[in-house]
Design a protein around this ligand. Structure first.
Ligand code: GDP
Ligand code: MN
Length: 380
């Protein structure tokens, strides 16, 4: 689950990381009032609150000299679309005077199977390019979760970022606290970019991004309460409510599969035959026609879907239930794109009978079905 910057800032602040004050506005007038209250007449920064990085480059982060200009920026940024997400809130904070920008991030690294601290003196909006072009400028530490980030480890990393010893000590403290926050909320990612050196030489976390592992939400109701469904893709909200595992992707072949492993294999095969999957969707192992109806509704709502592929391997899932779901769903929402069904396993004969009666044909071969779906998506 993604958090907004203002929510992530609160968490970091509670863990003792220096984060400038800031408040959220939903209107230009509110932004003006917050700016006047927090800035003491000085400059402020107005920042789009959306679940996307690169807001600065997209025009979603703007400096204002005074409260009036803050209101004008807020009026522009509110309602703006950044990476497909409409900005509904802005964060208004006193502007820091930046002398340098570092990057400090904690991620779960699958390769080392460890939480990993990554830091760079070349922080700021171009960190992706730094990582791609000069990876030697990024320093890493695989953290042993039994001990956390130890003081000498943090200081070792911090000294690669800062010559000044006082600043290096402060940065080391921040790195240890960032790990503490990451661990406490069950994050899969927690990053500060930029960790700014201000004109007076102090360090300040000017941007915060935290992604909470969804599996943590049951034991952290206070974090689950931070979910902002209005800022999430409507399809992902609908899928979660229907009990489906769904991830929206950029391609044109809508996939409806039972089981996460088969769903991934299906996506691989779609790619192999030159197509692009429009989504990952796992209807799960249960036999519930209603889930199929929900799945089809979510897939057909995506305008980039040009063909839909059902790939069902009946084990616990019964083929006839899925077939009934398909018939029911297509009765409720007439399909505008071609449908390719591959179905095999439990109650296969019955399923094919149900589908044939309703005017659909079903394949049993996965290769053939994927080839057809890719061809149909391309022809559309
Ligand atoms: P992102 O583009 O989504 O990562 O948004 P950030 O919050 O990181 O802001 C992008 C850039 O705006 C930063 O790297 C800074 O250079 C700049 N910026 C953000 N906050 C301030 C601030 O308080 N003062 C100044 N001078 N620049 C800021
Ligand atoms: Mn940033």
């Amino acid at each position: 689950m993604n958090l907004h910057e203002y929510q992530a800032r609160d968490i970091l602040r509670r863990h003792g990381i220096p984060v400038p004050p800031g408040e959220v506005a939903t209107s230009a007038d509110q932004a003006r009032a917050i700016a006047a209250r927090l800035s003491g007449g000085g400059a402020v920064v107005v920042k789009a609150q959306v679940h996307a990085g690169g807001r600065g480059k997209a025009g979603g982060v703007k400096l204002a000299r005074d409260a009036a200009e803050a209101a004008a920026h807020a009026a522009k940024i509110l309602g703006m679309t950044i990476k497909g997400l409409v900005v509904q809130r802005v964060l208004v904070a006193p502007a820091a005077e930046i002398a340098a920008e570092s990057y400090v991030g904690m991620v779960v690294d699958r390769a080392s199977q460890r939480p990993t601290l990554m830091v760079s003196a070349a922080g700021g909006v171009d960190i992706e390019e730094v990582a791609a072009q000069t990876p030697e400028q990024i320093h890493r530490l695989a953290v042993d979760p039994r001990y956390g980030v130890l003081p000498h480890q943090a200081l070792g990393l911090a000294r690669k970022l800062y010559q000044d010893m006082t600043r290096a000590r402060a940065a080391a403290e921040i790195m240890q606290r960032l790990y503490g926050a990451f661990y406490a909320v069950g994050a899969s990612l927690a990053e500060i970019n930029p960790l700014a050196t201000t004109r007076d030489g102090a360090l300040a976390a000017l941007d915060a991004k935290i992604v909470i592992d969804d599996n943590e939400l049951d034991r952290h109701p206070e974090l689950a309460a931070l979910r902002d469904t209005s800022a999430e893709a409507p399809s992902e909200v609908a899928a979660r409510e229907a009990g489906l595992t769904f991830i929206k992707l950029d391609g044109s072949v809508g996939c409806c599969v039972n089981g996460a492993g088969l769903a991934m294999a299906t996506m691989d095969l779609v790619k192999y035959y030159g197509g692009e999957p429009a989504n990952f969707l796992d209807i799960g192992g249960s036999s519930d026609p209603q889930k199929v109806v929900s799945a089809l509704r979510i897939i057909t709502a995506d305008p980039s879907v040009r063909a839909i592929l059902f790939n069902i391997f009946g084990g616990i899932t019964r083929g006839d239930d899925v077939a009934n779901g398909i018939v029911q769903a297509t009765g409720q929402l007439p399909l505008k794109v071609p449908l390719v069904i591959r179905l095999t396993g439990t109650n296969e004969e019955l399923a094919i009978e149900i589908l044939t009666k309703a005017g659909f044909s079903a394949l049993t071969d996965m290769d053939e079905a994927v080839k057809q779906a890719v061809a149909k998506a391309r022809a559309a």
